[in-house]
Design a protein around this ligand. Structure first.
Ligand SMILES: Cc1cc2nc3c(=O)[nH]c(=O)nc-3n(C[C@H](O)[C@H](O)[C@H](O)COP(=O)(O)O)c2cc1C
Length: 213
């Protein structure tokens, strides 16, 4: 388990071979061993494999990608490391419809849990009911050697994504997870030392800062 957590990372370069349902369905089932606010368990997983559906999602993504990619490239000009790090994402945007499967975790909104608005706690409850399952799924993919990454940009226009997927207004797509056999490599990932992140009792009290905890 710790090995999967240490090496799970956004893998964007994927082979085009299909992912068998015998592998995918148990991962989806296991991912739902996750908490939800008030135990609502109001998930829907939209699994997109159909070529035309994938092409529709790709078109939606590229509308945004064509605007922001030249900007991010310009901002990174001269920084070879950053430009290199952008390549897997660029590859993926350009080959989006060829990726084998997308899992789109969706959640039903209700009066207590809503994706936007006030009070903020209802927004936290809404997204907080989806992302634990998403992380379980990412870890499950890692454990079986599937590449995956959590993404929000491809479904940036929620009403358009909802139309493509035939979702009712009460059900929001939250993110999209392209999954396939990994071409890119897994971690280790780069994260800050734990002593820099953990504060005890009050903000600013970091007894492990500057040490290798
Ligand atoms: C809420 C959220 C939204 C994200 N959206 C995107 C996205 O739209 N496109 C993308 O390529 N990666 C997306 N990511 C993935 C992050 O870019 C990635 O996790 C981060 O760069 C760390 O990468 P690593 O886990 O490989 O170290 C998203 C991650 C989160 C948590």
């Amino acid at each position: 388990m710790a090995a999967a957590m240490r090496t799970q990372r956004a893998v964007r370069r994927l082979h085009t071979d299909p992912v068998d349902h015998e592998i995918l369905m148990p991962l989806l089932e296991l991912s739902l061993k996750a908490p939800t606010s008030s135990n609502t368990q109001d998930w829907t997983y939209l699994v997109v494999e159909d070529r035309e559906q994938k092409a529709r999602l790709a078109r939606l993504y590229r509308k945004l990608y064509r605007v922001f990619n030249p900007i991010t490239e310009r901002l990174a000009r001269g920084d070879d490391k950053q430009l290199r790090q952008m390549r897997p994402g660029q590859w993926q945007a350009e080959n989006f419809e060829d990726l084998p499967v997308f899992v789109i975790p969706c959640y039903r909104r209700n009066i207590k849990h809503r994706p936007v608005g006030r009070p903020q706690i209802s927004v936290a409850s809404y997204y907080g009911s989806v992302f634990p399952a998403v992380q379980n799924l990412l870890l499950g993919c890692r454990a079986v050697g599937l590449g995956a990454s959590l993404q929000t940009l491809p479904i940036w226009q929620i009403p358009a994504a909802r139309r493509i997927l035939g979702l009712p207004r009460s059900v929001n797509p939250v993110c999209i997870i392209p999954i396939g056999w990994a071409k890119g490599r897994y971690g280790p990932t780069t994260r800050p030392p734990i002593g820099e992140v953990v504060h005890f009792d009050r903000y600013g009290n970091r007894p492990y800062s500057g040490t290798e905890a």
